[in-house]
Ligand binder design. Structure first.
Ligand code: ADP
Length: 270
């Protein structure tokens, strides 16, 4: 009897723990949905006034001669406004990817050339920060079919992160054909990521608390977006990292075929 009673008590406890865990997971998922919806609403609301604010500034700058001090001030306002606009657009794009409204439009793309060009654009930022940026993208040996706009976001996000989270050393961008897949690797000698953070790194809005960064700008959406974009191509992303030594992000996507449109695998309710 005692044994039965103990087993029964154990089962009740297990069932309670399970119910509590499920309730917690559901509450978290709900919070996540609310957060995404909130960001979508706020972004929509910000877009129009931002456009109306920036248009007259751009007009003023292109119009009659301005005193140099006024020109400098307006240029600064325009640049920062445009940054904000970029952020708002990223948020909206992310929300639309998450809601499954975006599909990859695969076209034959010269990935070595495109990747080299994109990394080249970011080289200036890396060099300003005293970092070396090397790019090694030899021909892949067969045509690649990807969405070039999405590829651009993948490369730019990963390399911009590498610059942001690296204080000394170098960043290396490599592209390889690896059987049926293309492998993009972005390595840095930066601050690294603690092991316990790695499982959460690609969650939206997740930022590593206290992580030293070159700039505090960011939303915690970049890596979540990169993961979604890779997934839209039937690919994925992984990371290996050592705190204080650096990180390596590896994106793999299949070579693909023309016009193969892959639907979002993680369509979330909008
Ligand atoms: P954020 O806008 O904060 O940069 P991301 O989604 O791009 O958002 O990255 C999420 C978090 O992962 C960052 O806040 C940072 O803590 C960490 N992280 C991303 N890339 C790197 C990197 N190359 N080195 C170290 N930490 C990184």
């Amino acid at each position: 009897h005692e044994l039965l009673a103990a087993q029964f008590a154990g089962a009740v406890l297990n069932a309670r723990a399970y119910a509590a865990e499920r309730a917690r997971a559901e509450a978290l998922a709900e919070l996540d949905r609310a957060k995404t919806a909130f960001f979508a609403d706020v972004s929509h609301e910000l877009r129009t006034p931002l456009t109306l604010l920036l248009a007259p500034i751009a007009d003023a700058l292109s119009g009659v001669a301005l005193p140099p001090a006024a020109r400098d001030q307006l240029t600064l306002a325009l640049r920062n406004g445009q940054r904000l606009q970029g952020l708002v657009n990223d948020l909206l794009e992310f929300v639309s990817i998450e809601a499954g409204r975006t599909a990859a439009v695969r076209v034959e793309t010269d990935l070595p050339a495109l990747t080299t060009e994109l990394a080249g654009v970011l080289r200036a930022a890396a060099e300003r920060a005293g970092l070396e940026l090397t790019v090694d993208c030899p021909p892949l040996g067969r045509p690649a079919f990807v969405d070039p706009r999405m590829w651009e976001k993948i490369v730019v996000n990963l390399v911009a992160n590498a610059v942001k989270y690296t204080f000394v050393g170098a960043i290396a961008v490599t592209l390889r054909a690896d059987g049926d897949v293309i492998t993009l690797q972005v390595s840095d000698t930066g601050v690294g990521i603690p092991a316990e953070e790695l499982p959460h790194l690609f969650e939206r809005f997740h930022r590593v608390a206290g992580s030293p960064a070159r700039s505090r700008e960011g939303t915690g959406l970049g890596l979540a977006m990169v993961r979604e974009l890779a997934a839209l191509h039937g690919g994925g992303i992984r990371v290996s990292s050592e705190p204080g030594a650096g990180s390596t992000f590896t994106v793999t996507v299949p070579f693909g075929s023309p016009d193969a449109v892959t639907a979002a695998p993680t369509a979330a309710p909008s």
